[in-house]
Design a protein around this ligand. Structure first.
Ligand SMILES: [Zn+2]
Length: 473
């Protein structure tokens, strides 16, 4: 039996099947974890060597059906360089690229396929943007379970290749994952075990283990920065921390900080109370962050609740900044992250500049998956290397313009830009600033000894246009 509780009306249910909506009020259901299990779990001084050490905080699954590829227990790495450059002492990266199929989704897949086996299913179904599908395919193939993946037309080729390699059937449905997710409810699939993350609350259970690991690895935390597609990962991590707080294993739930790209930011728009403009443009969203491209995020209301309850924030990052952050992150910290994960790095930079995150806070950026899965990024990086001449100059100017645009009204001074840009010399930065000023893309303002730069409306338009171009090619 699985003990469920409704996130809306708080009614409890004990059911033997996978259910995701409350029979009482239609709210989202999640699994109820007994407090005593969480207390016992931490009190037993476990070594955390195996993901299945967490089984006491999952719904009960018979030991005989447990499936594993060595998922979870990923490293939480202290920053080597960015923390020093940005002057933040306690900066960590939870590196989920270490999982067997190189994404955090392996945590959910291990639990879901084990559960499917325990209920004697011989076929599973998963609609997703790719990472969950690739993981499910891997674990299903290990157990000889047939797997069907429903995916949108545009998906990272690396994730699709994984599904094929793991012998999964693939059906493509619609432009965005929303349509594939809808299709997964078609009654013709009623004999399949449902592995679509939105429809299987065990997904949250698998993913919440990240919070438990973090507390075990680095103790109490002030904030966690998490990329948002459906919002499910942020909700999972929040649930984990809430369980730990309720059973008095930690004193506070860290601030939940959710990030999306400006090209597609439904949750951030709702957070900022901006009404989504339904325009023709919206029909064709061009983003590198395919892993989090969702039009109507299933968990948006719960994610917003998590963000508000923990005094967190939701923010959107420009597409071009996401790519340059991925490059910077790889070269400075040695982790090659998928674009969605690089958002967390760009977001941290922005929040530090805005002083929303303070320099003495302990912050974790969640690195959800590997950059090797996303050929768009591989192409963008290699074509940038080819056009080192004009392209190089353009990309430096773009980066500077992006940094200035992030600073909003107050502006940013030249030496601070130097600090953020890393290897480029100060005279080169001033030359770029002079040229940007001549083109009326930025303006300068003197305040005492300091010269502050802010972006003009023309500059904002140029930046947006270039961002769109980058996303298109
Ligand atoms: Zn309910």
């Amino acid at each position: 039996m699985i003990p469920y509780i409704c996130t809306n009306c708080a009614k409890s249910f004990e059911l033997n099947s996978i259910v995701y909506k409350c029979p009482n009020c239609n709210g989202i259901l999640w699994v109820k974890t007994p407090k005593v299990n969480v207390q016992n779990f931490f009190n037993q001084e476990r070594k955390f060597t195996n993901f299945w050490d967490f089984r006491d905080i999952f719904p009960e699954i018979n030991q005989d059906f447990i499936v594993s590829l060595g998922e979870g227990i990923t490293p939480c790495k202290p920053s080597k360089k960015l923390g020093k450059i940005w002057d933040i002492k306690n900066l960590y990266f939870k590196d989920e690229t270490h999982n067997p199929t190189n994404s955090f989704k392996d945590r959910a897949a291990a639990l879901l396929i084990s559960h499917a086996r325990s209920l004697d299913y011989n076929k599973v179904l998963c609609a997703s943007n790719g990472n969950q599908g690739a993981s499910i395919a891997a674990y299903a193939s290990l157990e000889g379970i047939k797997c069907l993946n429903l995916i949108p037309e545009k998906i990272d080729v690396g994730k699709k290749a994984q599904m094929i390699a793991y012998n999964s059937k693939i059906k493509s449905k619609g432009k965005y994952s929303d349509e594939a997710i809808q299709e997964a409810l078609n009654p013709k699939y009623k004999n399949y075990y449902q592995c679509t993350p939105e429809y299987n609350p065990l997904t949250i259970e698998g993913q919440k283990t990240i919070s438990y690991e973090l507390i075990h690895q680095i103790g109490e935390i002030d904030g966690v920065i998490i990329p948002m597609g459906s919002g499910g990962l942020l909700v999972s991590i929040w649930k984990g921390f809430k369980e730990l707080k309720q059973s008095k294993q930690i004193s506070k739930v860290p601030k939940m900080i959710g990030v999306q790209t400006k090209t597609s930011s439904p949750i951030v728009n709702k957070y900022n109370k901006i009404k989504e403009q339904i325009t023709k443009n919206n029909e064709n969203i061009n983003s590198y962050a395919l892993g989090i491209l969702v039009k109507e995020p299933f968990y948006q209301d719960l994610a917003l609740k998590a963000i508000k309850e923990t005094n967190g924030i939701a923010l959107a990052i420009q597409e071009n900044l996401m790519l340059s952050s991925a490059e910077e992150f790889a070269s400075k910290e040695g982790i090659f992250a998928e674009p969605a994960s690089a958002l967390t790095i760009a977001a941290l930079n922005s929040l530090l500049q805005e002083k929303i995150i303070k320099k003495d806070e302990k912050i974790v950026c969640l690195i959800t998956g590997s950059g090797l899965k996303t050929p768009y990024m591989l192409e963008a990086l290699s074509s940038r290397a080819k056009t080192a001449g004009m392209g190089g100059i353009l990309s430096t100017k773009l980066k500077i313009l992006s940094q200035i645009s992030l600073s909003k009204e107050k502006g940013i001074y030249g030496s601070k830009i130097k600090e953020l840009m890393g290897t480029i010399s100060l005279p080169a930065i001033y030359q770029h600033l002079k040229e940007l000023e001549e083109k009326e893309l930025i303006v300068r303002r003197k305040e005492g000894k300091n010269v502050f730069y802010t972006i003009t409306n023309k500059g904002k338009k140029v930046l947006e246009a270039l961002e769109t171009l980058i996303a298109l090619f």
